[in-house]
Design a protein around this ligand. Structure first.
Ligand code: G4P
Length: 529
């Protein structure tokens, strides 16, 4: 197969949802279609169970599983599909944001009864900002839930999407009869059996055909006719270009648990979802069709074996062919590196590969060279953009609890920050270290891992802060900036890259500061230029 054919058959995407909407179940069903796994239950447990926040074994187990399921690849029809796992737990939201920089499209799963939930809103807003093409899957139709039109309204309003249903449910809950597949003009009847065989659906181009009454009953048939007429009247017609530009979002209905409506989703997905997309770097746009290899690190995972501190850096290939044992430039370190055992991912396995193509993810063994956001090229000096840090919401001072192990502690903190577990800020005034996280769970993870992987002990001290803002002085003379630095010196720190940040104790402080020093711009993300 030629390079171009390899590229064009790849579809790299993420599934996002609020926890419990059915992301894991849907992922698993998609893998079954690809023949990548044989039994249900294989991807299950790929999440921290509810209420297990203090269970360290659970955290460790989760880490183990999430290495294996970070990338799930399978072939379906003529396409190679890469699903990038995004943790549902809100304390790991930052990890999800970073993974979204490596996907070319997403599927959003929504629970029919719960509708649009908080985590979905946050994640979709990131996708919208980046104009990522989105397909919506409304799940759990075998249960009583909200009316389909109300839900579509909610999706439009809360998520700011412009939707067009490509399937429509017939009944719901106990009375769920199936779906009409608008995309393929087929009727799919639900028989309520969890292990039901996947049917191709019945060709049904004319819904006025009286046979519909015989199949689903007169009431449902009439309702469906009416509803489809409304769909046609209210919603825009599906247009692939608009979907690809992030301006129109097709919606499917189904039940992942019952493997119902999933095949329709997948069949449409492979037809419409984008192939590997170009990506913006600091100096230019890199097209996926370019033959020179470029890629970037979007995730780093520590090895599970505490004795060997090697890590796996996940690189998304943006352009060209990544080859084993070939020299590449680590741009930030200005260092040539080659990799003798790059891993590719297939279902739940990883294996050594000789070459990978745009859209693919390779796992590179790393002894501490990589940080999230690093770029690899064949020699060109460019850095991919788009892996910002966001302001953490929880802050604590971190102290050394074992003076004999201060080196280990420093190294441990350094490496855990490279992995993106949390962010480190060093106060300008006294050099104290502050850890900032998205959720409280990370503090426990850090303490546990420092002890078990680095032999270091730490304690925390509360620090009541609201957010950090990245500081950008914009006045020419810098007088206002100098004044800002003098007045706020107790609250200024450096992030891991040496960028200046301002620790603010309330949103009021941020507003006040911004008003007082208008030329000193305060940003909530590290990448503002
Ligand atoms: P998540 O990854 O988004 O967190 O959700 P997950 O797939 O784990 O699904 C959450 C719960 O919803 C699971 O039940 C799952 O079986 C159920 N579920 C998923 N899809 C459907 C569906 O189409 N219909 C119905 N009725 N339920 C569905 P659980 O009891 O929390 O877990 P388990 O005991 O089944 O593993």
């Amino acid at each position: 197969m030629s390079f171009l054919e390899e590229l064009q058959r790849r579809r790299t995407f993420g599934i996002i949802s609020h926890p419990d909407a059915g992301k894991t179940t849907l992922t698993e069903k998609l893998l079954l279609f690809g023949g990548a796994i044989n039994e249900a239950g294989a991807v299950k447990n790929n999440k921290i169970k509810k209420g297990a926040t203090s269970d360290f074994m659970e955290i460790e187990r989760q880490r183990g599983i999430s290495v294996a399921t970070s990338v799930l690849a399978f072939n379906y029809k003529d396409k190679k599909i890469n699903i990038l796992d995004t943790p549902g737990h809100k304390d790991f939201a930052e990890d999800t944001f970073r993974t979204l920089t490596a996907v070319d499209s997403v599927i959003v799963v929504i629970d029919v009864a719960k509708g649009v939930e908080e985590q979905t809103e946050k994640l979709v807003s990131v996708c919208r900002m980046r104009k990522i093409p989105i397909i919506v899957f409304i799940n759990k139709l075998d249960r009583e839930g909200k009316d389909a039109f109300d839900l579509l309204d909610e999706v439009e309003q809360k998520l700011g999407l412009r939707v067009t249903p490509l399937s429509f449910p017939i009944g719901m809950g106990y009375d769920f009869k199936g779906i009409y597949n608008i995309w393929e003009k087929k009727l799919n009847i639900f028989d309520g059996d969890i292990k039901q065989t996947i049917s191709e659906g019945i060709e049904f181009t004319d819904i006025n055909n009286p046979e519909l009454d015989t199949i689903v009953g007169e009431k449902h048939a009439n309702d469906l006719r009416e509803e489809l007429e409304m769909v046609e009247g209210i919603y825009p017609k599906f247009n692939k270009q608009e979907y690809l530009k992030g301006d129109l979002q097709p919606v499917f209905f189904g039940s992942a648990l019952n493997n119902f409506g999933v095949k329709e989703l997948l069949d449409c997905f492979i037809e419409i979802a984008p192939e590997p997309q170009p990506k913006m770097a600091d100096i230019r746009l890199v097209d996926s069709k370019e033959t020179k290899m470029t890629g970037f690190v979007f995730k780093i995972h520590a090895n599970m074996d505490p004795k060997h501190r090697d890590r796996l850096a996940f690189v998304k290939i943006v352009s060209g062919t990544f080859k084993r044992n070939t020299n590449y430039l680590h741009v930030k370190l200005n260092k040539k590196m080659k990799f003798s055992s790059p891993n590719a991912f297939f279902a739940e396995k990883k294996e050594i590969v000789d070459q990978s193509f745009p859209g693919d993810i390779v796992g590179l063994h790393d002894t501490g060279n990589f940080r999230i956001g690093d770029t690899l090229t064949e020699g060109e000096i460019l850095n991919f953009k788009g892996i910002p840090s966001f302001s953490p919401e929880h802050f604590r001072y971190i102290n050394n609890a074992d003076p004999m192990k201060s080196k280990q502690l420093a190294k441990g903190i350094d490496q855990l920050m490279d992995e993106g577990v949390a962010q480190l800020f060093i106060l300008n005034l006294n050099g104290r270290k502050v850890i900032g996280t998205v959720g409280a769970l990370q503090f426990e993870v850090i303490q546990y891992r420092l002890e078990h992987e680095y032999g270091a002990k730490c304690t925390y001290e509360n620090l009541n802060m609201h957010k950090v803002c990245w500081v950008e002085p914009t006045d020419e003379k810098n007088t206002e900036f100098a004044e800002f630095k003098r007045v706020k010196q107790r609250y200024l720190a450096k992030d891991k890259k040496g960028q200046l940040v301002f620790l603010a104790d309330s949103s009021f402080t941020i507003d006040m500061t911004q008003n007082k020093y208008p030329s000193v711009k305060l940003h909530f993300t590290s990448e503002f230029k």
